[in-house]
Write a protein that binds this ligand. Structure first.
Ligand SMILES: NC(=O)c1ccc[n+]([C@@H]2O[C@H](COP(=O)([O-])OP(=O)(O)OC[C@H]3O[C@@H](n4cnc5c(N)ncnc54)[C@H](OP(=O)(O)O)[C@@H]3O)[C@@H](O)[C@H]2O)c1
Length: 321
């Protein structure tokens, strides 16, 4: 099949595009061409790379025509953030496309009230990003239910892998968390440290997209949470990370105000955004319907990312694992 991946050179595309080539698809990757995939793969030699700016072309009203002109059987949209953008694509491709797959987010669900969260029990989202992801997924579900385009939404957790920093134990991207834990110094955590984060390896997200492409009829009109089999909480993640450096974590419980005071405004807000939702998701639906079988636990996922940080010299510390 001719498969177009919109935003194909990022975290997910790095693993997904080579998977699709290996499965025998004719793959087109669309991006602005400002970056290379995170890891090199020989499969990229067989990929048609198209340079385009989605945002600019959406504004000009030409992006959907560009996609239609490429005559795809399947479109995997890793770069859709607004209902308007998704609607323009769906209306243009209706009747011309076999399957449209949308990358949402676990933030299409709101703060947890019972765990694990399922596709049925998720609470309404807050924040523009999550609200738009939720609205797009709902529109796609209605589109398929009303006999229009065959669509599927996949909602990944915190995507991690070798090549970029993972969301760390306190829910942000502050690299000093790793050196603090590696040195055995105390790490300030907000409250008890019982809030959760749900990571997923980028290759497992790619696996889920590949499975959905392979099972269009079971995936039709459905949405799936795509995460690691289990999740981490702040204190467990911090203790685990300290052990990778041969240390035992010393955690200092502080109030949110004190915690934020010790961080940049950006890191404080990133922590709040991750921890206030305190989500853990079930993968039962993805496993039962798609056959999703994550290869990486949350622990393996974050360790692989931190190993990369250390090997790339982004974090100066020595791992003992
Ligand atoms: N990161 C996470 O933890 C996370 C979690 C849940 C869901 N998601 C969802 O995952 C999707 C992003 O996937 P990802 O993390 O694999 O992406 P990513 O690593 O951010 O990469 C983005 C890709 O899109 C391209 N791109 C960016 N802006 C573009 C534009 N205006 N026009 C054309 N191409 C553009 C980039 O290449 P160029 O820069 O060269 O254009 C790259 O190929 C989003 O839908 C996001 O909401 C992410």
């Amino acid at each position: 099949m001719r498969v177009i991946v919109i935003g194909g050179s990022g975290h997910i595309g790095t693993f997904l595009v080579p998977r699709l080539v290996r499965a025998g698809h004719d793959v087109v990757s669309i991006s602005r061409g400002t970056r290379a995939p995170y890891t090199e793969s020989p499969e990229w030699a067989q990929v048609e790379v198209v340079t385009a700016d989605r945002e600019q072309e959406d504004r000009a009203g030409t992006f959907a025509d560009r996609i239609a002109a490429l005559r795809p059987d399947v479109v995997i949209d890793l770069l859709c953030f607004t209902l308007d953008s998704a609607t323009a694509l769906v209306e243009r491709l209706r009747g011309e496309l076999g399957h449209y797959l949308f990358c949402g987010s676990i933030w299409s669900a709101g703060p947890s009230v019972s765990l694990p969260i399922t596709e049925q029990t998720a609470t309404p989202p807050f924040g523009e990003y999550g609200i738009q992801k939720h609205q797009i997924a709902r529109m796609l579900m209605e589109e398929t239910a009303s006999g229009g385009l065959l669509t599927t939404s996949l909602h990944p957790g915190h995507i991690s892998g070798p090549g970029w920093a993972p969301i760390g134990p306190t829910g942000n991207l502050d690299p000093s968390v790793w050196t603090t834990l590696a040195s055995g110094a105390p790490l300030a955590i907000p409250g008890l440290g019982a809030e959760t984060m749900h990571h997923v390896h980028a290759d497992d997200v790619a696996q889920a997209f590949e499975l959905a492409v392979d099972h269009p009829l079971s995936a039709a009109g459905e949405a799936f949470f795509i995460v690691a089999p289990t999740a981490l909480n702040v204190r467990g993640y911090a203790e685990l990370a300290a052990s990778w450096f041969g240390r035992t974590a010393t955690l200092e419980s502080v109030t949110w105000e004190e915690f934020r005071a010790g961080l940049s405004a950006r890191d404080g807000e990133t922590s709040w955004e991750h921890l206030v939702r305190s989500q853990v998701f079930s993968i039962d639906k993805a496993r039962d319907v798609l056959g999703y079988a994550p290869r990486y636990t949350a622990e393996e996922t974050v360790l692989e990312a931190v190993r990369w940080l250390v090997e790339a010299g982004e974090v100066e510390a020595e791992l003992v694992v």
